[in-house]
Design a protein around this ligand. Structure first.
Ligand code: DOR
Ligand code: ZN
Length: 351
């Protein structure tokens, strides 16, 4: 089938982004803002963003980090801890600061030490969110070390997410960065309650890539990539046109040295190549006509926001993106970089 040489869509949004703070924020924010009009900002800073005033101040720092010629709106989230304050959640939503709250099971991933140890301990907060119409964004992995790392998402669905849906019937939930066919099926089974975000990297490679020819830290993130059958389920979901599935890059920068070491950090920095990789996947599936729904329409619809009016064009062309991004000032005297995600398979789109 012949492919179009360009595609024009409404400007996309990114519904799952880590922008960090300080020098990392200064280096990374522009890459997200070049591609996306809005982004849901993850709150897993050190210390985490739990208060309305902290989120408002962080939002100001993000806005300052964006070059004046780019239009970009950060959408803030609250990091849920044990005993999350229902009053703070409701107030922040009412004041237009919180768009959603994020559930990290304690110790599930980067900067999740202050995460939730038991769903009982956030029940009051979740009730306040139900009343306020504030979605819950979920890192869907159990943390029990006895559960195999490749099974942690599937076990989470049965053990945590299903009971949570029942206990909080008014709560809308996004299963973030889905990596399994079970995750896809779970979202499909709860169409009026759930959304699911899908990253460019989980669409591009399976778990073999992490170990191809040696251990490759720039393919390591959490949830970890699974078997090929799961990648294929994600590709089917993303390109299906089902409005429950939408774009969330989970771009998560770590400096190159903290990934290329004995205990490398989890996280993939894909912001400079995100739309190019998504376009490649949709083109390979013969579904470029569904890219706009996934990237620009389904997310706003879930969050009850208008779609962007501005149009952007992606062109079939050799990928033109940096291999690394410098982070001035991260470690005084040392030149630090972040390595940009690059799939093993060719990306033939530019943005
Ligand atoms: O790989 C990941 N990196 N997964 C997460 O959930 C967090 C993220 C990060 O903040 O680095
Ligand atoms: Zn994330």
């Amino acid at each position: 089938m012949s492919q179009p040489s360009s595609i024009t869509i409404r400007r996309p949004d990114d519904w799952h982004v880590h922008l960090r703070d300080g020098p990392m924020l200064a280096a990374c924010a522009v890459h997200t803002a070049r591609q996306f009009a809005r982004a849901i900002i993850m709150p897993n800073l050190v210390p985490p963003v739990t208060k309305v005033a902290e989120a408002a101040a962080y939002r100001d720092r993000i806005r300052k980090a964006i070059p004046a010629d780019l239009q970009f709106e950060p959408l803030m989230t609250c990091y849920l801890t044990d005993g999350a304050d229902p009053v703070e959640l409701a107030r922040g939503k009412k004041e237009g600061v919180w768009v959603a709250a994020k559930l990290y099971p304690a110790h599930a991933t980067t900067n999740s030490a202050h995460g939730v140890t038991s769903m009982d301990r956030v029940a009051k907060g979740l009730e306040a969110m139900e009343k306020a119409g504030m979605p819950l964004l979920v890192h869907g992995e159990v943390t029990d070390p006895d559960v195999d790392i490749f099974d942690r998402e599937a076990v989470f669905l049965d053990k945590v997410l299903f009971p949570l849906l029942k206990r909080h019937p008014g709560l809308k939930i996004v299963l973030e960065h889905i990596t399994t066919r079970e995750g896809v099926a779970f979202v499909e089974a709860h169409p009026d309650r759930m959304g699911g975000t899908i990253t460019p990297h989980h669409l591009s490679y399976n778990r073999n890539a992490i170990f191809k020819g040696g251990i490759r830290p720039h393919f390591y993130c959490l949830p970890i990539a699974k078997r090929e059958e799961h990648r294929l389920a994600l590709r089917r979901a993303a390109t299906s046109g089902n409005p429950a599935f939408f774009l969330g890059t989970d771009t998560a920068p770590h400096s190159t040295d903290t990934k290329e070491c004995a205990c490398g950090c989890a996280g993939i920095f894909n912001a400079p190549v995100a739309m190019q990789v998504y376009a490649q996947v949709f083109a390979e599936e013969g579904k470029l006509d569904r890219l706009e729904a996934f990237a620009s329409l389904n997310g706003p619809r879930f969050y009850g926001l208008p779609a962007n009016e501005e149009k952007v064009t992606l062109r079939a062309a050799t990928l033109d993106a940096p291999e690394t991004v410098e982070v001035p000032g991260l470690s005084p005297g040392l030149a630090k970089t972040i390595t940009v995600f690059r799939p093993d398979t060719p990306v033939g789109w530019s943005f």
